[in-house]
Design a protein around this ligand. Structure first.
Ligand code: XMP
Length: 514
């Protein structure tokens, strides 16, 4: 394993992903973890991430210098680079040499371990106030910038390397190459981590954990639960029962996808609960977004609990495990624990009754989203499921601004299907993160169609690009695609006479409208 020490910015997850893209397994640990504990994990290499602080700021995260004396190769980036420099006797000072954003890097030692084969001039992404003015003894300076004399250094003998910039962001055009040079050349690691290993390893682990007991998995229609279920199915076969709650708020074809395609691909035992009427009754007369969310969440938990009780009755009391599609970013964000005892309520699956004791099976806990997709592919899940864009648990219920009714849902389903079809036809699926299609049910506008006046509803297209849904930008879709979607929706969907485009980034807008 390669450990990525997290100094508190968002960079650690990105670094861990890049290491895995280099086909080396990586894990994130907090910078507060004692060095002895890090070393006890037997890391092949350690990467120190960037962070928000100055090394001289009060309360700035630090690191015991014994880390640099353990014989484990270390790569410091940005804040990690400055920590390494100060810990080993170099000079870092606040001399006003700030650099933010794209900066030209001058490689001063061609053929160095990190920069071998990369151009002597390359753009890199900088974000720092303090700067290193003298490298520690025994280190060779390998790059500089117009304002920073020491922008990279290395000590090949001790296997210690550092760069002032952020090689993990795509604006550093040779960043991945530099990272791979550290892993392969500096640390001597063979790139052999693949999702095939993950599948085999997880199947063995699940078999060991579940034994001859039974497990339940809630399917939401999304990628994570589908892949988790497929993996567990492969491991324990008919000992698994999947539950799918049809709340009537899914998009066109999605329920069928789960009922037919998922089952066909995995052979899983599936219990479908048709709860459309129950949800629509509960939502009648409600337009407030938060209230809608609460109602949908509450009903979901009730229906899911009921289904569980029925399965317990059918299958006997040995149903002891609940499968969840928890991903690595959730694990990192919730403190990185490895316990299986506590069951947290998941926005798609809901809480559990107090008197049923389940243990969690979370086979995707080590994986990032793109890796989950690869695992899904490997397990033979259909493309439509594996490449599915994120879709909120409350479904179309929060994409109708106004009261949710069956008619409005059907209308929105038709409009959404057209938008999805055209985006796919234009080959844009992979360019956008997701594209909510929203019905402004309480808004009407005047239009003209044929010879007559219309008084219909607008549909909003909300295509966004994003890395993690925390921030997003509106996607610049080609006009032809937008024109096609607009023409088709206004022609084919009754009661819609306008299509508008949302050109707001997040922040200030959220991705969904409610
Ligand atoms: P927002 O609208 O907050 O959405 O920018 C960020 C991402 O989360 C999805 N989303 C949800 N997912 N349950 C979910 O499982 C929810 O209640 C929920 N609300 C928003 C949204 O589609 C986007 O990907």
């Amino acid at each position: 394993v390669v450990l990525v020490v997290d100094f508190g910015a968002q960079y650690a997850q990105l670094i861990a992903r890049r290491v895995r893209e280099a086909r080396v397994y990586s894990e994130i640990v907090p910078s507060t973890m004692p060095v002895a504990e890090m070393l006890a994990k037997n890391p092949r290499a350690i990467i120190l991430s960037g962070g928000p602080s100055s090394v001289y700021a009060e309360g700035a995260p630090s690191l015991d210098r014994s880390l640099f004396e353990a014989g484990v190769p270390v790569f410091g980036m940005c804040y990690g680079f400055q920590l390494m420099a100060t810990a080993l006797g170099g000079t870092v000072d606040d001399n006003g040499a700030r650099e933010y954003g794209r900066t030209p890097l001058h490689v001063t030692k061609a053929g160095s371990t990190l920069f071998e084969g990369t151009p002597t001039e390359q753009p890199v992404w900088m974000s720092h106030g303090d700067a290193c003015s003298a490298a520690p003894e025994g280190f060779t300076v390998t790059a500089s910038t117009d304002v920073v004399p020491v922008a990279a250094f290395e000590n090949d003998e001790k296997k210690l390397y550092g760069v002032q910039y952020h090689p993990e962001v795509m604006h550093s055009t040779h960043g991945q190459q530099v990272l791979e040079h550290f892993l392969y050349r500096g640390a001597g690691i063979e790139p052999n981590w693949t999702t095939t290993n993950v599948v085999e390893e997880q199947i063995a682990l699940i078999r060991e954990q579940v034994g001859d007991k039974r497990a339940i998995c809630g399917l939401s229609g999304g990628v994570d639960s589908a892949v988790a279920a497929a993996l567990v199915q492969k491991a324990i076969g008919s000992q698994l029962t999947c539950v799918y709650v049809d709340h009537g708020l899914m998009r066109k074809g999605e329920t069928e996808q789960v009922e037919k395609d998922f089952v066909a691909a995995t052979g899983a035992k599936l219990k479908v609960v048709d709860a459309e009427k129950r949800f629509l009754d509960a939502l009648a007369g409600v337009s407030d977004p938060e209230q809608k969310r609460k109602i949908i969440g509450r009903e979901f938990i009730r229906v899911f609990e009921q289904a569980q009780l029925e399965i317990l009755q059918e299958e006997g009391p040995e149903v002891a495990f609940l499968v969840q599609g928890t991903l690595y970013p959730d694990v990192v964000e919730s403190g990185g624990g490895t316990g299986t005892a506590n069951i947290k309520s998941h926005h798609n699956v809901g809480g559990l009754p107090d008197d049923i004791e389940f243990q969690l099976v979370e086979p995707l806990r080590q994986l990032f989203k793109d890796e989950v997709r690869m695992v899904g592919q490997e397990l033979g899940l259909p493309e439509e499921i594996v490449q599915r864009q994120p879709f909120p648990g409350p479904g179309l219920g929060i994409r109708i601004v106004g009261e949710v009714t069956k008619d409005r849902l059907d209308l929105l389903r038709d409009a959404d299907a057209i938008a999805r079809e055209e985006l796919t036809a234009a080959g844009l699926d992979r360019d956008i993160w997701q594209c909510p299609v929203v019905l402004l049910a309480d808004v009407r506008s005047v239009g003209v169609q044929g010879d007559g006046r219309t008084y219909g509803h607008p549909i909003v297209l909300r295509p966004v690009s994003s890395e993690d849904a925390m921030t997003a930008d509106w996607s610049r879709l080609p006009y032809e695609t937008l024109a096609k979607i607009s023409t088709r929706i206004t022609n084919e969907v009754a009661d819609v006479n306008r299509v508008v485009l949302d050109v707001t980034s997040k922040p200030p807008g959220t991705i969904e409208w409610e």
